[in-house]
Design a protein around this ligand. Structure first.
Ligand code: PRP
Length: 208
């Protein structure tokens, strides 16, 4: 079984995270960096994919081979998860795509659902749930609940940055869902922002 929390500490990932945290990084660079770091993280997230042993004919002779044995679905939590989608798709272009629209109520910090559209065959898929920020954990818990209600059986949560408290909440609620991140920050402020974090990922992506 995959560990419940994996911090992806590869130097390329950490370098891009540093640039994403930088308040001087402009939206166009932020979009590119988030996409690039998502592609790099996707390798680690999909380590648990099942493969099927087979043979392949090379120009010289036959060789044993492994092919992916299950479909992949990438599900973005709107809005900020959209910034991860393209990067993941560069690694697995055949994956199907889903969208879960959630925003946090600014007072209660509870997630409000406004849109859900998921692939038909989600119960057969390895589902990569993409949201760059895991703060209180409320949005991730709601997104996982929506996926499971729709039949998803194998889910990996891919985030860029987490707050410690939010990770604990998600792990306690869904111990079967592994979490992948580039860093775990210690604090959440009163407004529910990860500190030091990188600000509001959605606003930085879309310059809102
Ligand atoms: C942010 C972020 C996560 C959520 C994390 O989205 O992208 O989805 O907050 O917070 P939580 O762990 O406390 O639930 P936001 O609600 O700001 O919406 P947006 O992506 O549309 O900006």
């Amino acid at each position: 079984m995959a560990p419940r929390l994996t911090v992806c500490d590869h130097p390329l990932i950490q370098d891009k995270l540093a640039c994403l945290r930088d308040k001087h990084t402009r939206p166009d660079d932020f979009r590119l960096l988030l996409s690039e770091v998502s592609a790099l993280m996707a390798y680690e997230v999909m380590r648990g994919l099942r493969t099927r042993k087979s043979m392949v004919q090379t120009p010289l002779r036959s060789a044993s081979a492994q092919y992916l044995a299950q479909p992949i679905a990438c599900v973005a939590v709107l809005r900020a998860g959209l910034g991860m989608l393209q990067g993941v798709l560069t690694v697995v272009p055949k994956s199907s795509i889903g969208h879960i629209g959630l925003y946090r109520n600014e007072q209660t910090l509870n997630p409000i659902r406004y849109y859900v559209r998921l692939p038909k065959d989600i119960s057969d898929c390895f589902v990569v749930l993409c949201d760059p920020m895991l703060a209180t954990g409320g949005s991730s818990i709601e997104a996982i609940r929506i996926l499971k209600t729709d039949g998803a059986r194998q889910i990996a949560l891919m985030t860029l940055l987490c707050a410690k408290a939010g990770v604990c909440r998600v792990e306690q609620t869904y111990p079967d869902v592994p979490i992948y991140t580039a860093a775990v920050d210690a604090q959440l402020n009163k407004s529910g922002f990860i500190v030091p974090g990188l600000g509001d990922a959605g606003d930085r992506l879309f310059a809102t």
